[in-house]
Design a protein around this ligand. Structure first.
Ligand SMILES: [Zn+2]
Length: 268
């Protein structure tokens, strides 16, 4: 995958992200480009559990759930991620994600871009022991640390690649404990027919727990979900701003929405 195709890959993602608005508009809405510092400050204040709306918005089975259920799953999955962070760090006697990866027999590589993919990815775990951290995105994000506001909010100790690695390590932990871990044992019954039935995992639970796991290992106060905005910003501040608005809306904070559809407002 080249730099150009990686950039181009953002387009279908953006269309997917803003798909709902697309139903009633001919054009995807344009968003006011916001300062990364302002967005991170707001997002860092959202309590981890309050990210449930955003977390489930990426879940294929989301339409089957009620908000009460989403919130309960959010709490359980976050707790599961934190619990396993303690368990694994205790087992290997380290909180360093690179050392953990080594102890767990992971083969970690740092290519610039994904080889081939139809969606944007910043990191990836492949069964049984391969983790890739894509460095083009990481380097772009690290450049943003030159802004004092970014450094203050995320803390200067935050290493983006280590955060991504921690998240991916959870997926490996999940494989190892798949017969007992909550994110794998919790299932939803899709259909029943006589004695037959079909149960499915809920992907969002794994992602939420991986965020809880990463947050615990990195010792950060904010939810790693804000990294979606931070990493997209390196490629497109406008897409990142749109994503920010979506996240804020899911967290129930609506008053910050400034959509650039009113031209007279823009010219003021
Ligand atoms: Zn993941």
């Amino acid at each position: 995958m080249t730099k150009e195709t990686f950039r181009a890959a953002f387009k279908p993602v953006a269309e997917g992200l803003f798909g709902k608005q697309k139903v009633r508009a001919y054009e995807r809405p344009r968003f006011e480009e916001r300062l990364i510092e302002d967005m991170l400050r707001d997002l860092a204040e959202i309590e981890p559990v309050e990210w449930y709306g955003y977390a489930f918005s990426r879940e294929p089975l989301n339409g089957k759930f009620q908000d009460e259920q989403r919130r309960a799953w959010m709490e359980k999955s976050l707790a599961c991620g934190r619990e396993y962070a303690e368990k694994i760090c205790g087992k290997y006697q380290t909180r360093d994600p690179e050392k953990l990866a080594e102890c767990m027999g992971m083969n970690v590589s740092f290519p610039e871009f994904p080889e081939k993919t139809d969606r944007v990815m910043f990191a990836e775990y492949r069964i049984p022991n391969k983790i890739c951290i894509y460095m083009d995105a990481v380097k772009k994000a690290e450049k943003l640390f030159e802004k004092p506001g970014v450094c203050r909010i995320l803390t200067k100790d935050l290493k983006v690649s280590r955060l991504l690695l921690s998240h991916e390590l959870f997926h490996c932990v999940e494989e190892e404990y798949r017969h007992e871990i909550f994110t794998k044992t919790e299932k939803i019954r899709l259909w029943t027919l006589g004695f037959l039935h079909n149960d499915s995992n809920i992907i969002a639970l794994s992602e939420i727990a991986a965020m809880g796991f990463a947050q615990e290992i990195m010792g950060i106060s904010y939810s790693p979900y804000l990294m979606d905005v931070f990493l997209v910003y390196g490629y497109s501040p406008e897409e990142a701003s749109g994503l920010y608005e979506e996240m804020m809306e899911y967290a129930g904070i609506k008053n910050l929405k400034v959509q650039m559809t009113d031209v007279s407002y823009l010219e003021r």
